[in-house]
Every structure is written in structure tokens, then in C-alpha cells.
Ligand binder design. Structure first.
Ligand code: R5P
Length: 264
């Protein structure tokens, strides 16, 4: 692996082999998402606890201080909306722009088993070809669109493996309760877990992140279950404790409650 690629990956994946990515890219297809109406404000108290932030160039340029000492994962796919055909994404930001913005990685969604399957996977291949020239890792984002029931091991393992075969350096997938180890074990590159829609309790998030890591995920790319919660700083600090400090879900939940109560 070239030095530039190694350097960028080491900015993202920490010395302990783990990673906490904080995505705030949801507006690219959802518009002003709840709690992300002003992304710069949302992220201000949170970024210091993340290993990297994931977002589009529009939010990066307009809402994020260029002096922020965190690596950026730039979402480069889009051109769809929540009221249209989500699977029909195109690449909307060039690799030249990613270089200009000094990004540590780029990300794009893949839509396996949909009308956008071939287009998104072909786009992934082209993006990987171009990014490898510059030593930029590509993170493939497994997308299930509105079909949340697709979040089961057989499907997720299929998409993760295909994405890695095409050349993604990191794969973002969803967690599934049964056989999540098959998703990770079948994927030859590091896997991070997304959070999905806001859960009923915060403990559920700590449970699934902990279990996902025990089964081989290196961390998370998790947004709504941080910044849509009652206590976003407490939520991200508790996730950090699981990912980087080896805490179990109960310990993480205790920390969450303490931070929320202003006691830690
Ligand atoms: C979709 O909007 C993006 O790819 C998100 O970055 C990804 O789904 C992770 O965010 P969340 O934890 O909110 O699902």
C-alpha cells in the first residue's frame, strides 16, 4: 500500500485498530433532517469525540471551520431525494474536489438488489480506480433505502463482500442481531456499523455496537443515534468508551447517564 493511502487510513482507523466516525451527511437526500437543520451547530460539541466526520462538500464548505483538527470523509454520491428513487445515485463530487478539500477518504452508497445495483457498483469501481491514483480510500456505504427489513446477515454479507471485491477500503454496513459475524468474516476490509433510525432507548445502541465489535466490526459510522438523542455529548462519549476503552454496554450506559446528569 502506498504511503498516502496508509497515512489517510491511519487518520481514520486509530492505533487500537478501532474507529468512531460521525456522519452528518443525511441532508444530501433528506434535506434539513431533524436535529441537523444547522449542521455546524449540531457538530460543534461533538466533533472532538469523533475520529472523523462524514459529510458533503456543501456542508463542509459552509458550516465547518477549516481549522477543525479532524479528518473528513467526503460523501461524493447523491443526486437523489427521499421523495424520488433513492437507488439512482450518481457521483456528484469529483476526486479533484476531494483532494482540494484535503479529505482523508470519500464515501458513496451502493444499492445491491435494486434498480440502482449495476449503476452504483459501476460507480464504485470508477471511483476506486480514480481514488487509488491519489491514495484516497473509498468507504462503501451499504444502503437499504426505505427497506429496513433488508438489514439481515445474508443481504449485508452479500453487499459488504461485493463492495470490498470492487475495491472499497472500508465498508459501512448495518448491524443485525443474528449472524453479524458472517457479515464481518466474509468481508476482507474493515467494517463499521451505522446506527439507522433513532432507537427507543440509548442502551439498545450500546448493546448492538458492543456486540458488533465483539463480532469483528472496527467501530461505527453512526449519526442519528448520537445527534438526534436527548443528550448527544453523553451518547458519543459512551460510544467512545465502548469503542476505544473496552467498556461493556452497562458501563457505557452508566457513563451516558452520568454525563447527561452533568456528573462526568
Ligand atoms: C445516510 O444518510 C448516511 O450514509 C449515513 O451516514 C449513515 O446511514 C449512518 O448514519 P445513521 O447512523 O444515522 O444511520
Amino acid at each position: 500500500m502506498e504511503w498516502g493511502m496508509k497515512n489517510r487510513l491511519s487518520q481514520l482507523i486509530q492505533k487500537d485498530g478501532k474507529a468512531l466516525f460521525l456522519p452528518i451527511d443525511h441532508g444530501y437526500f433528506q434535506g434539513p433532517t431533524h436535529c441537523l437543520e444547522k449542521p455546524g451547530e449540531t457538530i460543534k460539541p461533538l466533533w472532538q469525540y469523533a475520529d472523523a466526520i462524514m459529510l458533503t462538500r456543501g456542508v463542509l464548505r459552509n458550516c465547518i471551520d477549516p481549522a477543525i483538527p479532524k479528518p473528513v470523509i467526503l460523501r461524493v454520491s447523491g443526486a437523489v431525494s427521499v421523495i424520488g428513487d433513492l437507488a439512482n445515485e450518481s457521483i456528484v463530487t469529483s476526486v479533484k474536489e476531494a483532494v482540494r478539500l484535503n479529505t482523508a477518504a470519500v464515501s458513496m452508497s451502493v444499492f445491491v438488489g435494486t434498480s440502482g445495483e449495476n449503476k452504483s457498483l459501476t460507480n464504485l469501481g470508477k471511483l476506486v480506480d480514480e481514488c487509488e491514483d491519489y491514495g484516497i480510500p473509498v468507504m462503501a456505504v451499504t444502503s437499504v433505502g426505505k427497506e429496513l427489513e433488508k438489514r439481515e446477515a445474508r443481504y449485508l454479507a452479500l453487499v459488504a463482500r461485493i463492495s470490498a471485491e470492487i475495491g472499497a477500503r472500508v465498508v459501512k454496513t448495518y448491524y443485525c442481531k443474528d449472524n453479524f459475524d458472517k457479515v464481518v468474516n466474509g468481508c476482507p476490509v474493515p467494517v463499521v456499523i451505522a446506527g439507522g433510525p433513532k432507537t427507543e432507548t440509548q442502551k439498545e445502541v450500546f448493546d448492538f455496537v458492543y456486540d458488533g465489535i465483539q463480532k469483528g466490526a472496527i467501530g461505527v459510522n453512526l449519526g442519528r443515534n448520537v445527534w438526534q438523542t436527548e443528550a448527544p455529548v453523553a451518547a458519543i462519549r459512551a460510544l467512545r468508551a465502548i469503542i476505544h476503552e473496552g467498556c461493556n454496554p452497562k458501563e457505557a450506559n452508566d457513563l451516558y447517564e452520568q454525563v447527561k446528569a452533568g456528573k462526568a
